[in-house]
Ligand binder design. Structure first.
Ligand code: V0D
Length: 252
């Protein structure tokens, strides 16, 4: 005997609409799976990074349309220096290439570019391209497009601790005033609200040293889709799921 399920219980993709209120204000994304995408297609890893770069702009456009306030993208970790030198060299050229293609559109869309991470150890040509874009977009007050470059969360926390200790030593700060807010103000993200939603692509369900402190209360959303195959529809699904989770535990 079988019971007929109402049609809406069938496992079909329901095209839910996003409610314009309760959009996650800060979305962080670990853009994983570029190398694997390329290998599967028999292409060199760098082909995956290149494809992934174009996906970045498509998701930026979507974020602008949804009026997301901050989009933080994990583009290069402190661990990524261990990759083969030709791959690292290629990656370090991507910011310039990205900005060459997309900066005019980012300006039109009122997008502001920022970075978090150890910026000073990036190659000079990379820093130059990014600094130009930061300067050019500094008065834009739409989406804040925040690239995590040469970023590692434990390192960030250690740097904050060292700075706090030296401020205490110098008498600028009392040990008693060290609290969560104070530590937050010593991190790269001091100007930013914590992410509401973390997305990680390509089936990995780890934080990999990304925003350990800042993600303490965030919703996590994972997909098996590799970053070069990520698109507006999947992005929308992540936001929808976020809204449904909020609705469910907001309703108790
Ligand atoms: C490769 C997938 C855009 C992840 C996306 C230096 C890995 C494409 C930028 C970018 C990378 C960074 C700063 C900026 C403008 C653009 C980028 C890197 C890697 C690492 F101001 N994509 N992208 N940077 N990939």
């Amino acid at each position: 005997m079988s019971i007929r399920l109402p049609f809406f219980n069938k496992k079909q993709k329901k095209t839910e609409e996003i409610k314009p209120d309760n959009i996650p204000e800060h979305i962080a994304i670990i853009m994983d799976g570029n190398g694997r995408w390329a290998s599967r297609k028999g292409l060199p890893r760098i082909a995956g990074h290149k494809e992934g770069m174009d996906v970045v702009q498509r998701i930026v456009r979507a974020a602008v349309n949804y009026k997301v306030k901050v989009l933080t993208l994990y583009a290069f970790s402190t661990e990524n220096w261990k990759r083969p030198k030709p791959e690292v060299d290629f990656l370090m050229k991507l910011p310039k290439e990205f900005l060459h293609i997309y900066l005019p559109e980012l300006m039109e869309n009122n997008v502001k570019i920022e970075t978090i991470g150890e910026f000073s150890s990036l190659p000079e040509h990379t820093r130059k391209a990014i600094n130009y874009a930061k300067e050019k977009t500094k008065y834009n007050d739409g989406l804040l497009l925040n690239f995590a470059l040469n970023y590692g969360s434990r390192y960030e926390i250690i740097q904050a601790m060292k700075q706090i200790v030296s401020d205490v030593d110098e008498g600028k700060l009392k040990k008693e005033s060290i609290d969560e807010d104070l530590l937050s103000n010593y991190l790269y993200t001091k100007e930013l609200q914590d992410p509401d939603l973390l997305i990680r692509t390509s089936g990995e369900q780890r934080l990999s040293n990304f925003l350990l402190w800042q993600l303490a209360y965030s919703e996590f959303w994972f997909t098996d889709t590799l970053w070069p195959d990520f698109n507006e529809e999947i992005f929308k699904q992540a936001i929808c799921d976020y809204q449904n989770r909020k609705r469910r535990y907001g309703g108790i």
